[in-house]
Design a protein around this ligand. Structure first.
Ligand code: PAF
Length: 292
């Protein structure tokens, strides 16, 4: 199958590397240097001697394909979808982003979306090299009923390492991840710490639990179960830098809008911890966003 991957950050590279075993992978990206490196070297996984052959082209040449994987950040999604809506229509599209900002665009452009929750850790080491830090699964659920043709293509994605698991309810898989991201991402960015520190420092642990309670209340989830999930993820990724901390450190816009912003839009009540981290991240963004 021909698979187009939009974006070659850590997850774009990781998924392209493994899916290249059975599929023809084309990356559509903006960075010309990265395009020539990917065409020259393929994608390499840290610690493995063999790289995988892929194609890479400038994003403006994005054309139709059997299946799309959108590995752009939430902040880059709206303009991409708006521009390429006709190419994307009637094709299965996997959305790999954190947060739920993309739901608005999936609805607006009536896309055959597959909500994808990535439980693999990845770190981009260079234009064509990625480290696979923590192995987990890839949870997928169609946003609305997929056409039979699309379903067939999504089923062809199965891969022993990426470990795709099908779910029937997209909310079930994404709400849990939303709570995790609403707690870990802003706090690790504001306090400039790796994920595991949230459990080691008693005050940060208590703030984390309060945030977890608020996010769970908005989504009508059981707070205790979500807190256990956060403890599990903080422990498993204890040395990792969360994506939001990485964005703040490199002066990029974060995904706060589609994580905490999304939660706050779902309620008319006051949630002081969520409001604080929302404004805290906005303040860091205002101070430091570099022009890309
Ligand atoms: O965004 C991230 O960094 C990840 O989703 C997570 C789970 C918080 C781990 O760092």
């Amino acid at each position: 199958m021909k698979i187009s991957i939009i974006g070659a950050g850590s997850l774009g590279l990781l998924y392209g590397y493994y899916l290249a075993d059975n599929h023809e992978i084309t990356y559509y990206i903006r960075n010309k240097q990265q395009i020539s490196k990917l065409n020259e070297h393929g994608v390499r996984l840290t610690g493995s001697s063999k790289s995988k052959k892929v194609k890479a082209e400038i994003i403006d040449k994005c054309k139709t394909s059997d299946l799309f994987i959108i590995a752009l950040k939430q902040t880059e999604l709206p303009s991409f979808i708006k521009k390429y809506q006709s190419i994307l229509r009637n094709k299965p599209i996997l959305f790999l982003q954190n947060g739920l900002g993309h739901i608005e665009y999936i609805k607006k452009y009536n896309l055959e979306a597959v909500i994808t929750i990535v439980e693999h850790g990845a770190f981009k080491k260079g234009y064509y090299e990625v480290s696979h830090l923590g192995k987990g699964s890839t949870k997928i659920a169609a946003y609305s009923k997929l056409a039979d043709q699309s379903k067939e293509k999504v089923n062809k994605l199965n891969h022993p390492v990426l470990n795709f698991i099908n779910y029937s309810d997209w909310k079930q898989i994404s709400y849990e991840k939303l709570v995790v991201n609403a707690v870990i991402n802003p706090l690790t960015a504001i306090f400039d710490i790796p994920n595991g520190e949230l459990l080691k420092n008693s005050h940060l642990k208590s703030i984390s639990e309060s945030l977890c309670k608020e996010a769970s209340a908005i989504l009508a989830l059981d707070h205790n179960l979500q807190w256990q999930n956060i403890i599990r993820i903080c422990t498993a990724t204890s040395k990792n830098t969360s994506s939001m901390r990485a964005d703040i450190l490199s002066g990029k816009q974060t995904e706060i809008e589609s994580i905490v912003g999304y939660l706050l839009k779902q309620t008319q009540f006051n949630y002081p911890y969520l409001e604080f981290v929302y404004k805290g991240i906005k303040a860091l963004e205002e101070r430091g966003v570099k022009d890309e």
